[in-house]
Design a protein around this ligand. Structure first.
Ligand code: NAG
Ligand code: NAG
Ligand code: NAG
Ligand code: NAG
Ligand code: NAG
Length: 362
């Protein structure tokens, strides 16, 4: 059978069932006819379907990108198809896809023997959890939700209303992915003093360099040290491998590895609580782009000063509000679970045991 004789409707159906955007564009490039079938009134629908197959569920992405402070986050929103919407879907989708790539290395961090790639369905679940956690952040980790309002009953009810939209197994998926984000923040982005000490010993077992923690608090870096750090970070970002740890841990006249630590156990805990207000895109950016504590601090200061999150309500200047005002997903989850007759701790263990969450082993 010659495809050129296929009716337009069938070719449109083929377009609508393609697994990703690249396939759509490749097919439309095959012939003049296929090109014009793609560029018909069906174009946005075709792109929407391909984006859903590749990055879906698009309905959850739409909930995220259409959220603004004029409406409660949990309201079901709809939006007309447009190229701008497709672009937003692709942007958000690619970030969720990266988290699905990262997930196995965190989930099976110590149990290498069990480590494997996720199935297509598990990747779908990771993406969906990312869109939902992201919406939670966009809605509730903003300047409008200050430390003093976090326990106001009306605000708790508003946060809980969003989580009420999700079933208990779906909440387990969110907590599972939240744990992966937290591990990334706690170990890759803001390592504790203990972690820095441990990594330093491993890298330089012979060194008798005494790590000096928190000296940056007393002595702000001199301009030349700062330039050097920038240059070094540029160099190592372009060097082959292990660059991040290398830059961080290498002692020199200008760089004290101890200063890369984010505090001892207790203060580190609060740092992580604060940083968990960042959305999945911001956490990914810090993980992949920032090698030094000073870079992470600069990024957060800049964001917190303008707004947190690309989606949701903008807010005015006031970086201090960001600090000492930890994330509220976990406590809202505990609240909703209690309403449903469960406890957060038991819920966490069932995720660790793979009885609930992204990976469920029967
Ligand atoms: C046009 O699209 C159909 C499927 O929709 C495909 O089978 C055919 O090969 C394409 N045409 C050309 C010239 O590649
Ligand atoms: C907020 O979202 C609603 C519904 O999505 C929309 O109708 C409204 O125009 C948006 N408001 C602003 C200020 O963007
Ligand atoms: C949300 O709205 C869309 C379109 O308006 C509809 O298809 C969908 O079923 C709604 N979802 C819920 C949970 O109400
Ligand atoms: C969330 O739940 C509320 C209340 O049941 C409902 O009105 C709303 O449509 C739900 N939203 C979504 C996105 O499913
Ligand atoms: C960065 O390193 C390059 C190459 O070593 C050097 O030429 C340049 O002057 C350095 N820049 C700064 C700002 O230190």
């Amino acid at each position: 059978m010659y495809f050129e004789t296929l009716p337009t409707e069938i070719i449109t159906d083929i377009f609508l069932s393609l697994p990703d955007i690249v396939s759509v564009l490749s097919l439309s490039a095959t012939s003049h006819r296929n090109h014009s079938i793609f560029h018909s009134s069906q174009r946005l629908l075709i792109l929407h379907e391909a984006a859903d197959a590749q990055y879906g569920p698009v309905s959850d992405i739409i909930q995220l990108v259409t959220h603004n402070s004029s409406q409660p986050a949990h309201i079901n929103r709809s939006v007309a198809a447009s190229d701008a919407l497709i672009r937003q879907i692709l942007h958000v989708g690619r970030i969720a896809q990266r988290w699905a790539d990262i997930y196995p290395s965190k989930k099976w961090k110590t149990m290498y023997a069990d480590r494997r790639l996720l199935t297509a369905n598990e990747r779908f679940l990771v993406r969906r959890a990312i869109y939902r956690l992201w919406l939670f952040s966009a809605a509730f980790h903003t300047r409008a939700h200050s430390r003093t309002t976090r326990r106001v009953p009306g605000i708790i009810a508003e946060r809980a209303a969003l989580l009420h939209n999700y079933s208990t197994p779906e909440l387990a998926e969110m907590l599972d992915v939240h744990t992966v984000l937290r591990d990334t923040v706690a170990n890759n982005i803001c390592p504790s003093n203990g972690k820095i000490r441990q990594k330093f010993r491993k890298r330089y077992p012979e060194s008798n360099h005494q790590l000096l923690f928190n000296i940056h608090l007393n002595y702000p870096p001199t301009p030349s040290a700062h330039l050097y750090a920038q240059n070094e970070s540029w160099y190592h970002q372009h060097a082959s491998s292990g660059s991040k740890a290398y830059t961080r841990l290498q002692p020199s006249r200008f760089h004290e590895p101890g200063a890369e630590g984010w505090g001892d156990e207790v203060s580190h805990y609060y740092v992580v609580e604060d940083m968990m207000k960042l959305d999945p895109e911001q956490v990914l950016w810090l993980k992949e782009r920032c090698s030094l504590k000073s870079e992470v601090e600069a990024y957060v200061r800049e964001r917190a000063d303008g707004y947190i999150g690309a989606y949701g309500s903008g807010y005015e200047s006031g970086a201090s509000e960001f600090f000492n005002n930890g994330e509220t997903f976990s406590e809202t989850l505990a609240f909703v679970l209690r309403q449903r007759g469960s406890e957060l701790e038991a819920f966490k263990s069932s995720i660790e045991d793979c009885d609930a969450g992204i990976v469920v082993v029967d």
